[in-house]
Design a binder for this molecule. Sequence first.
Ligand SMILES: [Zn+2]
Length: 361
Amino acid sequence: MKTRDAFAHSYASARKRFFDAAQARGLPVESFKHRLPGLHKETLAMDVVLDGAPDAERLLVVSSGVHGVEGFCGSGIQVLALNDKELSERARERGVALLYIHAVNPYGFSHVRRVTHENVDLNRNFHDFSEPLPVNVGYRALHSLLLPKKWPPTLGNVAKIAWIFLTQNKRAVQAAVSAGQYEFADGLFFGGTQATWSNQTLRTVVRKYATQARHIAWIDLHTGLGPTGKGERILSARNDPDGLADAKNLWGDAVTSFFDDSTVSSNVSGAMLEAIRQECAQADFNAISIEFGTVPIKQVLQAMRAEQWLQLNPRTSLRKAQRIKRQLLDAFFIDTDEWKEQVAAQAREALLQTVAGIGTV
Ligand SMILES: [Zn+2]
């Protein structure tokens, strides 16, 4: 399969490619349907394919679309992996089952949003909601500046935000914006006040497919942070020195983490894979997110602000709305053969590495 043919331009065609790839291998797809329709009235679902024995002790999970629109990249990687004979043969030889979870947040994928239909950033939503939620004072101060009444923003708004980035610690500002907030349901990086559909459904999938494995390695595919085309491997569960050491044994010294300040990402609250690890207490559990770079972070943030503004101002002209959606897609997916080849090669390397190393660290 040509690399470029694995990547789709709509959720519906991404889902079809995933089904076709599974069918070509004779693998069944289990679909967990979402109650809302997609952008073009298509069915939305979290689709799951197991390539390997249901009772395999070693399980490699590959998930896409946790952040909706980022699924355009992750889905293509999953389709390529399903088509990759060498990968599945090596996995079989080592007794590793591969579990593909396609479109963890299918609503955002289809509607070209990063968040769920609840306006929730899924990777900030995995809290124990019976406990008090974190308070992000930094975001509170920025909310109305990030989402002004007018878009494009006025010169005054641009100047105020530029001043904040100029005079305050950049990492601290990034954390205030993106670490997660639980106060503004119409804001950016909102973590929700209850478990979303995707949260509950992913737990169902994990309980069904992953609670028999003794060794679990999880690769969660993301885009939008870091240099164009470069895949950063970010520690995403067991965020402590031992977890980092194990992750480096499995995925190499390039694994980064927030606690040693080596990653482009903020320390997010309510992170998905740390919570999922609790569901798999029987297994040793290692997880990374691979974050593929697209465009500069300022451009990504600008695209997210515009799209959130559009959400709050639905009577915007169709042309302007389409431009804003295009901008968001372009911030999370680079539609060139070069970029697709880059991300495909790095993902493949990580998958082969995991198959070879799982259960030995
Ligand atoms: Zn992401």
